[in-house]
Design a protein. Structure first.
Length: 498
């Protein structure tokens, strides 16, 4: 480890894979051998090997057999959900009833702490350095504070977006009788936290305050009041779900609704965005997004499996709308961003091949490259999060959020192109070093800040406790009641959110 008095790290002679602001999203940037100099929390230089003037004291990492890349920016993840499990086979409707409307009410603040800590460490282990965390377990002030505590302790960079939503007081009929009280608690907490060093929730600025808002359209005056308030406090981003596939065919036109309410701005992230390509979609919503500078966060792995609708990340890129990727939840899909890149790219390639096949044609070449998926997970994600001036690429002046891949690993030794290797072949096992904010948080394959075995042991105990509480409910009975409500809402043109 570097000595505690040493604030300078030199990454020597690594193969650099990164996009920069001037690169077209569908281009393939050249790779090159570089030295990267880090001082405190910043990248201060990226230069030809052995060309830098070095300070007297620095810690060297020999990268001659490593790839240097920016950390992944996950634009939609419910980090706390590592404390719940067995959701991999669920549809979106099952998730809404069994998790959002049942299990989430039974999770204690201590459960949230352990799920959040484990979820952050899972992200780091897989090379994710930043998350837009849609925290929809804001059941109490203590739940919120424990999630922030865990995020801080992990070392992960986070835009911690507190959800403005309540839990049902009844499933049949579905009622939210204490929503006004819960809303006051959540908004008072957001106001209080926003005054903590202008929304910087940790001393080093890694964790910042955002908001998740999925109740838009229920009370227009309240929408305007809340969104205007958080913007006046400098809270950003504001993220909201927008699905529209077979599990949520309500055709609510959420982008247009936000626009017509005067709320659509460049700080808004729509998770999934599948309603933009669903039957009866409104094609003009794409222009509204682009003109406002709003973004799409696609989670292709669970979108395809749970019935959210088909992934729209590449359609967003074509239309000039900012787009990034995410995993959504480790209780449903991989905790790593590698499958997200593969699903996004291969789904889009498959869609293009299928369209040609309908006319008895075939593509001579794949027009979308592996590198384009890498960009979605790095600089594209930073653009979505509103942080591309600070993160998402390896450039002088940016924050030092860097991943070093073992280019001689079992998975990667046969690859000479790091873009292809990272997108198609890498796993968390190939992520050898992770640096966040200039701090080494994974070293030679091992997490630095926490002992994973101890975290995992406590996590398993917490998971068992949650399962025992859930066992008192007949989830299928509650699901049947929720499906009836869902059908009624669909007839009224109201969309479900997860």
């Amino acid at each position: 480890m570097p000595p505690k008095t040493c604030s300078t790290i030199l990454l020597r002679n690594g193969l650099l894979a990164t996009y920069s602001k001037g690169d077209d999203p569908l281009s393939v940037p050249a790779t090159r051998r570089v030295d990267v100099l880090i001082e405190d929390d910043r990248i201060v230089d990226v230069a030809e090997p052995n060309s830098l003037k070095l300070p007297q004291y620095y810690f060297v990492i020999d990268c001659s057999n490593k790839w240097i890349a920016p950390g992944f920016v996950d634009t939609h993840r419910h980090v706390w959900m590592s404390v719940v499990n067995d959701q991999e086979d669920w549809t979106l409707s099952e998730y809404l009833c069994k998790l959002s409307w049942t299990t989430a009410a039974l999770v204690t603040a201590e459960d949230v702490y352990l799920g959040q800590l484990a979820g952050c460490l899972q992200a780091i282990h897989g090379g994710t350095t930043t998350v837009v965390d849609h925290f929809h377990c804001a059941n109490s002030v203590d739940h919120i504070e424990q999630a922030i505590r865990a995020t801080d302790e992990s070392g992960l960079r986070s835009m911690f977006c507190i959800a403005r939503q309540s839990l049902p007081t009844s499933i049949d009929p579905l009622e939210f009788d204490d929503d006004e009280e819960v809303s006051k608690m959540q908004m008072d907490t957001i106001v209080r936290l926003s005054s903590r060093d202008k929304g910087r929730l940790t001393a080093d600025g890694r964790v910042t305050l955002g908001m998740a808002y999925d109740v838009q359209g229920i009370n227009s005056a309240e929408d305007t009041r809340i969104v205007s308030l958080v913007r006046s406090l400098g809270v950003r981003p504001i993220t909201a779900h927008y699905v529209g596939g077979p599990q949520a065919p309500a055709y609510s036109k959420k982008v247009r609704a936000w626009s017509e309410a005067g709320l659509l701005k460049d700080d808004v992230i729509f998770s999934h965005g599948s309603g933009l390509m669903h039957k009866r979609c409104d094609p003009d919503e794409w222009k509204l997004l682009k003109d406002a500078g709003a973004s799409i966060a696609s989670t292709p792995e669970d979108e395809l499996g749970m019935g959210h609708g088909n992934p729209v990340a590449y359609e967003a890129v074509r239309r000039g709308v900012k787009a990034g990727l995410g995993i959504d939840s480790a209780s449903i899909t991989s905790a790593e961003m590698f499958p997200a890149m593969r699903f996004a790219l291969q789904w889009e390639r498959g869609r293009m091949h299928e369209a040609l096949a309908k006319d008895d044609q075939a593509a001579r070449y794949n027009s979308l490259t592996a590198a384009s998926a890498f960009r979605l997970a790095t600089l594209g994600g930073a653009e979505v999060a509103g942080r591309s001036s600070d993160i998402g690429s390896i450039e002088a002046g940016k924050l030092a959020d860097i991943v070093l891949y073992n280019a001689e690993s079992i998975n990667l030794a046969h690859c000479h192109d790091p873009f292809k290797g990272i997108v198609f072949h890498a796993t968390a096992a190939d992520v050898e070093w992770v640096i966040i904010n200039g701090e080494i948080v994974k070293r030679e394959g091992n997490l630095v800040r926490k002992n994973w075995e101890e975290v995992a042991d406590a996590l398993r105990r917490s998971i068992r406790a949650v399962q025992e509480r859930v066992a008192q409910y007949d989830l299928d009975e509650r699901y049947a009641a929720a499906m009836k409500f869902k059908r009624d809402r669909a007839e009224d043109g109201v969309e479900a959110s997860d």
